[in-house]
Design a protein. Structure first.
Length: 639
């Protein structure tokens, strides 16, 4: 049988290549850190900020070191970096990514220098992995633990491998798909003395939990994912498969599938590599496919708090790259004759892979990341809290970004009370007191915190102080319009005046309607058959309320039907024009049948009158019955 070692370069050449591979790892780590430095936005405004806040304030609140959701091992290791600010989390993850690369280079030493050079390109240019590094997320640390465990198994240091993998449950829930495979490999190798070490992590954190919160079994009782939760709904079974390119990156995806196809051939051709190939399959390939499969299943079923986030599968990017590089380069060493040819082709492969990976990274991600509208809205709300909050006031909020922006200790209940509870629904009857502030936003407020905005607006113990609205069609979970509202806990009397603006024979004087219609076949009263134009219906002149008004609610009721010609569904659009373009553009898909759509118009959002119109992208015939446009004008007086 052919031997891979026959084509290996000299020890001096291997050392040079390893140094170059290590330098490449450091360079890419610095590049990702630079992206954080030049980014003016934060991509992970929910989970990312929450992880930062837990790590940042763990030194003041030691119980956070066993906060299950925060991933205790991540909290412990990231906490010194979190003291430097949010950017410190990216510093920590860049260091973790670099260490991952160093240990992977050691694993790939036996496969050759080209494999060592390809690893950092496959991993650190992988779209989701790169974003996780920049945004300080927990998945990167789990990747290091998996690679370090594989390295120890390669070195036959089974006790240390068992010890290392025993701490993976405290870094990511995906441990459940990796730790068992490591345990099976240890059993396969008959390393019985190593097996007890698989429980060390639980023993250590059980002791820590008993010390900090008086519960050594906290890990088993406090798992935030072992619940039935319909907050995020469910999705297609092949959701993660369909987005595999965005998760792994095109280079790793294509080459990884090629490595899977070549693995059986290489196993058959090379007796020398068989044990290594079995190890790679057991602790790299199987966990990768298991992670992809399990996350697909729970998203399809809508269980275990799954939100269909691509990044959860990126936990296995490093071991996927280990498997890919080792298998492909080992196969090339057998198939390609001559060391010079291998070196020449290897250099071409590395350069081509660098260009391919760099191009793919920037086609699938936004790096550097710029502040989007959601962040602008949260920034404005957080700044309002700074202005309104007086000494002794507490801030209640449904979004962790508010505490971050306002500079509050999220875990000091004298400053801040998080109405951000997953999975337990937040019940009314909070420990509130006059003057406290309440910040509600539409992403977590009605979902994870179970607080619909109507319940706050109907409760006159809450005075509405600020409305921050979206200027485009951004929609939060459950298709809620993206809004942020700031309340103070003071008595207020709110009143609503309802006016009919247009429909059923009535029209407000300030409005200018336009309808492109034809006579309907049955000529029913209050029925309009619109022509198949791009904009067949328009209602201009929706006035922005005065500053002493809280907001206007524009309610649109109608019974609609249209012929689906596969040209796109009609949409009802509210827009407000400003000099230089649209200040607000909010399209909502038009359902068939009877419906009621509402648009909120606070005085702060736009200066010119709004326009309500139908956008008929498919140029289909639309029939509208019983159209009615009303306005609820909300006012408030503090008591």
């Amino acid at each position: 049988m052919a031997s891979v070692r026959a084509h290996n370069p000299t020890r001096a050449d291997r050392t040079k290549v390893e140094w170059f591979a290590g330098a490449l790892v450091v360079l890419l780590g610095v590049v990702l850190l630079a992206y954080r430095a030049v980014s003016d936005g934060i991509a992970e405004k929910g989970d990312g900020i929450q992880h930062y806040m837990i790590a940042r304030y763990s030194w003041l609140h030691p119980r956070l070191f066993v906060e299950h959701w925060g991933k205790p091992l991540f909290t412990l290791l990231a906490s010194p970096f979190a003291q430097l600010g949010y950017a410190g989390m990216a510093c920590f993850n860049a260091l973790v990514a670099i260490l991952t690369g160093f240990f992977a280079i050691r694993v790939l030493r036996r496969a050759g220098g080209i494999a060592q050079l390809t690893f950092p390109l496959l991993v650190m240019l992988s779209p989701q992995y790169a974003q996780l590094v920049v945004n300080g997320m927990t998945e990167v640390l789990f990747g290091l633990l998996t690679v370090l465990t594989v390295y120890l198994l390669f070195e036959k240091r089974y006790v240390l491998a068992a010890l290392m993998v025993s701490f993976t449950p405290f870094s990511r829930p995906e441990y459940a798909l990796f730790l068992p495979m490591v345990a099976l490999w240890i059993v396969w190798c008959k390393q019985w003395k190593a097996l007890p070490w698989l429980g060390v992590g639980f023993v250590v954190y059980g002791f820590v939990g008993g010390l900090l919160i008086g519960d050594p079994l906290w890990y088993w009782y406090g798992d935030p994912y072992h619940v039935d939760n319909d907050t995020y709904g469910s999705g297609d079974l092949f959701h993660f498969v369909d987005h595999a390119r965005q998760i792994f990156g095109q280079p790793l995806l294509v080459l990884g599938l090629l490595a899977c196809a070549i693995w059986p051939v290489l196993y058959w051709r090379s007796k020398e590599l068989r044990n290594t190939l079995l190890l790679l399959a057991a602790v790299c390939a199987v966990p990768v496919f298991a992670t992809l499969g399990l996350h697909s299943l729970i998203w399809w079923k809508g269980t275990f708090g799954s939100a269909g986030l691509w990044r959860v599968v990126a936990t296995v990017v490093p071991i996927a790259a280990l498997f890919t590089g080792y298998v492909l380069i080992s196969a090339a060493a057998i198939l390609l004759p001559g060391q010079r040819l291998q070196a020449a082709l290897g250099a071409v492969v590395v350069v081509a892979l660098a260009g391919w990976g760099w191009s793919d990274l920037h086609s699938e991600t936004e790096l550097p990341f710029h502040a989007n509208e959601e962040q602008w809205m949260l920034d404005e709300a957080g700044d309002s809290v700074k202005r309104l909050r007086k000494e002794g006031m507490r801030v209640h909020s449904t979004h962790p970004f508010i505490a971050f922006r306002a500079g509050l200790d999220q875990f000091d209940t004298l400053q801040y009370i998080a109405q951000y509870g997953f999975p337990t629904p937040i019940q009314r009857g909070w420990n509130t007191r006059p003057g406290d502030l309440m910040v509600w936003e539409s992403k977590y407020g009605p979902n994870e915190s179970y607080i619909p905005i109507d319940s706050l607006l109907a409760d006159e113990q809450f005075a509405l102080r600020k409305v921050v609205c979206s200027n485009n069609s951004y929609r939060a979970i459950g298709q809620q319009p993206q809004e942020v509202m700031v309340f103070s806990m003071n008595s207020a009397k709110r009143s609503i005046v309802t006016d009919t603006l247009w429909g059923r024979g009535m029209q407000a004087q300030e409005l200018a309607p336009r309808i492109d219609s034809t006579t309907c076949a049955d000529n029913t009263v209050h029925e309009v058959c619109l022509l198949p134009n791009l904009y067949p219906y328009e209602l201009r002149g929706l006035q922005v309320p005065e500053q002493d008004v809280l907001f206007d609610m524009i309610n649109v009721q109608m019974d609609v039907s249209w012929v689906d010609n596969n040209g796109g569904s009609p949409a009802l659009v509210l827009s407000q024009e400003m000099p230089g373009g649209f200040d607000r553009f909010e399209p909502l898909p038009l359902p068939q049948g009877k419906f009621n759509i509402t648009f909120r118009m606070p005085p702060q959002c736009g200066a010119l009158p709004a326009v309500l119109y139908l956008y008929n992208e498919g140029l289909t015939t639309i029939t509208v019955k019983d159209i009615l446009v009303t306005r609820d004008r909300w006012s408030q007086q503090l008591q």
